[in-house]
Design a protein around this ligand. Structure first.
Ligand code: ZN
Length: 394
């Protein structure tokens, strides 16, 4: 198969085509995917195709082509990378007026160029040809002379991936399914030891691109998280990232700590996708609270510390009790509000005797066990530690 070593770029209405040649990044392997034959003639429409992520919220701002003529010439002006959708399938990201904008490493335009090149290098070193990664295909960096249109122009040529999540999250496409889809893209990256590295606030979701125009995708699919999601902008990325995620990046009914999530970047993604929640109505915590309220109401004579001990046993049995000398039994597990039996052995010389007797527990002799209700007798029979006397809350 022949591959393109030159591509022609036409901007609608500009009146001339520009010829671009692939630029070999100095001292680099340049192992990019060769552009397919249909990338030989790239067409950029005048409307809704040429944009920059504006300062502040970094959402795309559509530009006229005339912006190319002055980009980077005013050193105080905003000089983020300008990008274009070409021939529907490709994305071009530009550095204009290279004769001037790359003159000094101090220029912001030079820093934009460095990011473009670092991203390209990371693609060729770690991402190109790896199946299953949520990243666009990268076809390398290209250079063309456009005369007085935009001077010498350098651009990266990649697969077009769609609309950024930074943009979509304020639309009807901000569904839970799509947020899971975005989170999954970051999880996939971390799963192979890559950290994106440029993720500090929601505006960095400009790097997460959702392809709402994917072939065969219906609007319903797009709302239900079926659109492919890609990550772009790897200038700060690193490979060989080691992390140990402990939770999926999914909506949870609680608010995990960084330690519980297990990775700083995934933790940021988790929180900025709004997956952390105060406990939902039916969360374990809310059920435990509800139980506490109702149990206290039904058995007002039982002191709160025993209600808490019973609550702990019923809802969080995996955790150590506060007082290991208390034995807590749930006589009837099918009835959520069956009275919980709490016992503690006592001995005549038990220094805590007065203490426990004054705290609402009743003193019972083992010989008096038959006087207790049947369900308690069954529960007590399992207590091997019962001494001749014990205290009980019921
Ligand atoms: Zn990680």
């Amino acid at each position: 198969m022949t591959t393109a070593t030159r591509v022609w770029v036409r901007f609608e209405g500009v009146g001339r085509d520009f010829v671009a040649k692939q630029w070999p990044i100095p001292n680099h392997s340049n192992s990019f995917t060769p552009p397919p034959p249909d990338a030989r003639a790239l067409y950029v429409a005048a409307k809704k195709s040429f944009a920059i992520n504006r300062p502040g919220d970094r959402r795309p701002l559509q530009l006229p082509f005339s912006y190319a003529k002055t980009w980077g010439l005013d050193e105080d002006a905003y000089t983020d990378v300008v990008f274009a959708r070409a021939s529907k399938k490709y994305c071009l990201r530009f550095i204009f007026n290279v004769e001037h904008t790359l003159k000094s490493m101090e220029f912001d335009t030079f820093k934009t160029y460095v990011r473009l090149v670092k991203d390209a290098k990371f693609h060729s070193d770690y991402l190109e040809g790896r199946k299953g990664l949520p990243v666009p295909v990268h076809y390398g960096i290209w250079v063309m002379n456009t005369g007085d249109w935009g001077g010498t122009v350098m651009f990266s040529l990649t697969q077009y991936c769609g609309i950024s999540w930074n943009e979509l999250r304020s639309t009807k496409f901000n569904t839970e399914a799509n947020r899971i889809n975005v989170g999954r893209a970051y999880e996939k990256l971390h799963d192979v030891g890559i950290v994106h590295g440029d993720f500090k606030s929601t505006r960095e979701f400009r790097h997460a691109i959702v392809d709402l125009f994917a072939p065969g995708l219906t609007e319903k699919d797009a709302l239900n998280g079926k659109a492919p999601c890609y990550l772009v902008g790897f200038s700060e990325a690193s490979a060989n990232h080691s992390c140990t995620p402990r939770l999926p990046i999914l909506p949870l009914d609680s608010c995990p700590s960084l330690h519980e999530v297990g990775c700083a970047e995934l933790c940021s993604v988790f929180f900025l996708l709004d997956f952390a929640k105060p406990p939902l109505e039916n969360s374990l915590m809310s059920r435990a609270l509800e139980w506490h309220t109702e149990y206290s109401k039904r058995y007002p004579q039982v002191e709160n510390r025993y209600v808490l001990a019973a609550q702990r046993k019923r809802f969080y049995p995996q955790f150590l009790p506060l007082d290991p000398s208390l034995h807590v039994s749930v006589p009837n597990v099918d009835d959520p509000y069956s009275r919980v039996l709490i016992t503690r052995d006592i001995h005549e010389d038990d220094a805590r005797q007065d203490d426990v007797l004054s705290s609402g527990l009743q003193r019972v002799a083992i010989s008096g066990i038959d006087s207790l209700p049947a369900e308690y007798r069954a529960a007590l029979a399992k207590h091997k530690s019962l001494g001749p006397q014990f205290v009980v809350a019921f």
